[in-house]
Design a protein around this ligand. Structure first.
Ligand code: ADP
Ligand code: DP6
Length: 397
């Protein structure tokens, strides 16, 4: 192949993250700047991940394109994707201006192919893993020297929560104060190795598309909730400090309490919005009840629930308590799929969880699948490309 028609490729996988201090509210919708800082746990890519290949070639005709899970996505009309691509291209162009021997990748169309190994747009943070993978793969293709923190400024414009998926472990998104968003970026609070025994059990209640999309829901809350201002200015800043200390000290009781309080505070401002926004349902409440029962039985907080913009429950616990937390759910939900793999093998079913009959029945009828996972690392560069050497998309699995 002649040099000018070469297919340049780079591939990455990126993780999902689930916040324990929630981002809910934008102070600038165009730049995607939040009303408050947030903090999340990066989940293991052994369970949930996005795989993205970025490729560029002068032989590609037409515009930039993205094939997501086998279907062409309309990225031309997505302002957010366009903002990410424009920013990444300009960084590549700077490199090319400095070194004329570099191939002019910034002027070639991009062909992006991506696949999520879990439901897209169903409240399982596909946009976070998706935009993190897109930015990381293009940054690798362009051989950009920027750090994950610097790249988080770009991923943030794709989807706010995506800025926290460029690093592993415990990651904060500092809201920042600058009008141009230059200080609104992610920061690793602690790496995976600091607290590797952190586990997460996800109860998939619904894999349907979300009711009220995050972006629209947040705007309604910012415009109408009477409780939201106190959350933005007082409650979250205080909790950020407390939970960061709890993480440094590996103090699960405090970590768990704040996680549950913050999830409840987020859903409270949703309900306080007008028109009210409901994300939780009876199955979510049954999951909360089961977690509260496990904590009561243990006499301390050993499990913490959190819910994003949907009814799916994410339950954090430490490996040593797998039997007392996940074991109770494994006993009740033995028939649903997801009880296999590395993180599940350590969970023995616990028939002494003593849940109320109503909670048992609601969980049994409402949970369609579980995902057993734990804390994990940031994006990983891989050699398996979703675009072949001729520039054609290949199937992911
Ligand atoms: P979720 O709860 O899964 O994050 P959202 O509705 O907030 O759902 O975001 C889903 C959107 O994120 C998709 O419609 C798509 O635009 C984007 N997205 C998801 N996965 C990817 C991916 N792998 N690559 C690029 N964009 C993605
Ligand atoms: C409830 O990051 O999906 O999951 O920036 O508009 O794309 P956009 O929103 P998004 O919102 C995530 C909201 C949340 C809480 C969180 O992840 O912090």
């Amino acid at each position: 192949m002649s040099a000018d028609s070469q297919i340049y490729r780079a591939s990455t996988t990126a993780p999902v993250n689930i916040a324990v201090i929630k981002y809910w509210g934008k102070r600038d919708t165009a730049l995607n700047l939040p009303t408050n800082s947030s903090l999340s746990v990066t989940l293991s890519q052994k369970s949930l991940r996005t795989h993205t290949t970025a490729s560029a070639s002068s032989s590609y005709s037409g515009q930039d394109s993205l094939i997501l899970n086998g279907e062409e996505e309309d990225i031309q009309s997505s302002k957010r994707t366009q903002a990410c691509l424009k920013h990444l291209r300009s960084l590549r162009a700077e490199l090319e201006d400095k070194d004329s021997s570099l191939p002019k990748l910034s002027s070639f169309p991009l062909r992006l192919v991506s696949s999520n190994n879990f439901p897209t747009a169903a409240g399982l943070a596909s946009s976070a893993a998706g935009f993190a993978a897109l930015v990381r793969a293009i940054a690798d293709l362009y051989e950009l020297p920027q750090s994950p923190e610097q790249l988080s400024l770009i991923a943030r414009q794709g989807s706010g929560s995506a800025c926290r998926s460029l690093q592993g472990g415990f990651v904060a998104w500092r809201a920042g104060t600058e009008a141009d968003g230059s200080d609104s970026k992610s920061q690793e609070v602690a790496p995976v190795e600091h607290w590797p025994t952190m586990r997460a059990l996800i109860l998939v209640v619904s894999a349907e598309k979300k009711g009220v999309p995050s972006t629209a829901g947040m705007q309604t809350t910012v415009e109408t909730s009477t409780l939201a201002p106190a959350r933005f200015t007082e409650i979250v800043p205080r909790r950020m400090k407390e939970i960061e200390k709890a993480i440094q000290e590996k103090d699960f009781e405090t970590f768990g309490r704040i996680t549950m309080q913050d999830s409840n505070s987020f859903h409270a401002i949703c309900l306080d919005s007008w028109p009210p926004i409901h994300y939780l349902n009876d199955v979510s409440r049954a999951a909360m009840n089961a977690v509260e029962t496990a904590n009561r039985k243990a006499g301390k907080i050993i499990a913490a629930y959190t819910f994003d913009a949907g009814p799916n429950a994410v339950i954090y616990y430490e490996k040593e308590n797998a039997h007392l937390v996940a074991g109770v759910f494994k006993n009740v939900l033995a028939r649903v799929s997801g009880w296999e793999g590395e993180f599940s093998d350590e969970i023995r079913p616990n028939e002494y969880g003593s849940l109320e009959q109503k909670t048992l029945m609601t969980l049994k009828s409402g949970v369609s699948r579980v995902i057993c996972t734990g804390i994990g690392g940031g994006p990983e560069k891989i050699d398996r490309h979703l675009v072949d050497e001729h520039g054609q998309p290949v199937s992911s699995e």
